[in-house]
Design a binder for this molecule. Structure first.
Ligand SMILES: [Zn+2]
Length: 305
């Protein structure tokens, strides 16, 4: 199976334009912060954090070097203890920094599907990643230990943050952090803002339905797993990108095309989706992998390599 790190590397070339915006703390709302990670040079994910009355909750543990990047920035804002770090899913760029946060006194929190994925893939992926990353080699794999099935709520009277699971999307354990009063949503990689989609551990057909359920929250500010923050158009465009891929591939399936035909035709679908201004930013090096994923989900055979 294609490794998720390779997929991240393949989209790096498309993220150059956003590099100037990364590594800056942005205030989303009072006590709520967003930090766009440097995926292009460091492979980092985005982070968020919420300063509650008595503690800080961080959204995503990032890679260890990403954790080291944001912890001093959190410390510059508040001296309240970092009590919780929420892994939106199991991938290394979102969860391998867990041990760094545990050393700060935090508890890693996640949907129970994240623990399942740790059991399935680790420590193999960690060991593979450690070969190419010094920060991972110098740290230790640490699975989340506080788990939820449907939701977990943090509410101190001033801020309310709900960790929610809506079903399979980017992975089998995607969690969202929702702040109903401020209408802010942290999505992890279930919604990204740029060509950062990796579909290898998820299910694109279910992803489309999961995002439709997420849209019903009515979020006004979206903090994605990668790429800059924005409004509800991120959820809409992310979903419509996958709908466009699905519709294209399904038409070929219904027409009885072979895997070889579909592989060859994927370039045409790519160019036709690229013509849509709202969806063009989702097109990257993983496009053919997305086509193949939908094709296999519809019962087609894997593409010949
Ligand atoms: Zn990611």
């Amino acid at each position: 199976m294609k490794h998720w790190v390779a997929a991240v590397a393949s989209v790096v070339a498309f993220s150059v334009a956003s590099i100037a915006e990364v590594n800056k703390v942005e205030t989303v709302s009072k006590d709520v912060y967003f930090h766009e990670g440097d995926i292009g040079r460091k492979g980092h994910c985005n982070n968020g954090w919420v300063v509650f009355k008595d503690y800080v909750l961080v959204i995503d543990a990032n890679f260890p070097s990403g954790a080291d990047e944001v912890i001093p920035k959190i410390r510059a804002i508040t001296d309240k203890p970092i009590r919780f770090v929420f892994d939106t899913h199991h991938h290394g760029d979102h969860a391998y920094g867990n041990e760094v946060f545990v050393k700060q006194g935090a508890v890693p929190v996640a949907h129970e599907g994240v623990l399942e994925m740790f059991k399935k893939f680790e420590p193999k992926r960690w060991d593979d990643t450690a070969k190419g990353r010094k920060d991972v080699a110098a740290s230790k794999v640490k699975a989340p230990t506080l788990l939820f099935r449907r939701d977990l709520v943090f509410d101190d009277g001033e801020h309310r943050l709900e960790l929610l699971h809506f079903g399979v999307a980017h992975t089998e354990g995607d969690g969202f952090a929702w702040m109903p009063k401020e209408k802010i949503l942290f999505t992890g990689d279930a919604a990204v803002n740029g060509a950062y989609n990796f579909a290898g551990d998820g299910n694109i057909l279910q992803w489309i339905n999961t995002l439709a359920a997420v849209q019903k929250l009515g979020a006004e500010k979206i903090c994605p797993g990668h790429g800059p923050m924005g409004g509800p158009e991120i959820l809409e465009d992310q979903r419509n990108y996958f709908v466009a891929v699905r519709d294209g591939v399904k038409a070929w399936k219904d027409a009885g095309k072979s895997a070889a035909d579909v592989k060859a035709a994927s370039k045409d679908l790519k160019e036709s989706i690229r013509k849509n201004d709202r969806l063009a930013r989702y097109i990257g090096g993983s496009f053919e992998a997305h086509v193949e994923k939908v094709w296999t989900e519809l019962g087609g055979e894997a593409f010949a390599k």
